[in-house]
Design a protein around this ligand. Structure first.
Ligand SMILES: Nc1ncnc2c1ncn2[C@@H]1O[C@H](COP(=O)(O)OP(=O)(O)OP(=O)(O)O)[C@@H](O)[C@H]1O
Ligand SMILES: [Mg+2]
Length: 314
């Protein structure tokens, strides 16, 4: 199949972020160039103070660079009005932080609803949307808990659910597993991998080299600049949203032994998931056999690419 050009979603050109003046002058980012394609899963690493959080804040429109040009989906951010920027941020960008940033005196479900507060969506609908997404994260029975009644891993999953409720296409995560043990980290990373497989772009800061296996690109920063930049997946192989053969997905209800059940709406083949590879097996015996076999092997590493190849073979 002929590969389409992968869309550039973020382009930073000579971005500088300076703090202080004169003797106190320091650069959190220095002539920073970065081009991000839609569907990349980028991990940013580097020593404390090298500018990782500053970079995420600039990309997420929370902070303005001192100089340089930032193009977001082809538009220069400097020319977008503050109101449009706020709207874009609310709709297209999801933030996940190291310390979860949940509001302590709001219930889990109210926390998840927060990004929709000014969306014009009615409260009953907002609650329904939060309920649906919390079910996906296996947190439905804790909807009316307060954040302090949850474990760290559960709190971070609530924070991820909150960051996804407005269906953003860019997810910015600043050490999302920094406060979690390795098991909880793994669960959070599996969620992020699934979100990425749906064609979303993820930029994540981490200090943990073991997590880079989830990335399609690893950037090491040093003193506000890129030190190394390694892509492990070709741009043409990145997951894309909206490709009719792939990313039109719907979430099926949870069934016995099945978790994480998103299938391509056209082919009914699972395009992302943990244990379940094929859904609705009654439609095809072949698919059913494949499903059982794959379930047994508990192949957690299946990705869209693998699924697609299987499809093409048939
Ligand atoms: N508001 C600020 N005023 C002055 N200097 C700042 C400010 N925010 C960040 N800096 C400086 O900018 C540099 C980059 O900070 P940043 O928070 O981006 O680092 P980081 O790579 O995220 O570090 P860490 O791994 O510790 O989170 C640091 O030297 C920091 O002291
Ligand atoms: Mg930081």
């Amino acid at each position: 199949m002929a590969a389409k050009e992968t869309e550039t979603i973020i382009k930073l050109k000579s971005i500088t972020k300076r703090y202080g003046f004169g003797d106190a002058e320091s650069f959190a980012l220095h002539n920073f160039d970065l081009t991000v394609k839609r569907g990349e899963f980028i991990m940013i690493m580097g020593p404390s103070g090298c500018g990782k959080t500053t970079l995420l804040n600039v990309i997420g429109l929370l902070d303005k660079p001192t100089s340089g040009d930032y193009q977001l989906q082809g538009k220069s951010v400097a020319r977008i009005s503050a109101r449009k920027k706020a709207r874009f941020r609310a709709k297209e960008i999801g933030f996940i932080f190291q310390n979860f940033n949940l509001i302590p005196n709001l219930t889990v479900i109210d926390n998840v609803c927060l990004p929709l507060l000014y969306s014009g969506i009615r409260k009953t609908r907002r609650l329904k949307m939060a309920d649906t997404i919390l079910e996906r994260f296996h947190l439905r029975e804790r909807e009316y808990y307060m954040p302090h009644q949850l474990s760290g891993g559960q709190q971070q999953r609530v924070a991820i659910a909150r960051s996804l409720i407005s269906n953003p296409s860019i997810i910015l995560a600043d050490e999302p597993t920094g406060n979690l043990d390795s098991r909880a980290s793994h669960i959070v990373m599996e969620e992020l991998r699934d979100i990425h497989a749906l064609g979303n772009t993820i930029i994540m800061v981490t200090h943990n080299p073991a997590l880079t296996t989830y990335a399609t690109r690893v950037i090491h920063m040093l003193d506000g600049e890129i030190d190394t930049d390694i892509k492990t997946v070709d741009d043409r192989d990145l997951p894309r949203p909206g490709d009719p053969e792939k990313i039109s997905v719907r979430i099926l209800p949870k069934k016995d032994n099945q978790i994480e059940i998103a299938v391509d709406a056209q082919t009914n083949v699972v395009v992302t998931g943990k244990n379940v590879i094929a859904a609705q097996p009654e439609e095809s015996k072949k698919t059913e056999k494949k499903s059982a076999k794959t379930k047994k092997s508990d192949d957690k590493k299946k990705t869209i690419k693998v699924e697609k190849r299987d499809e093409e073979k048939k």
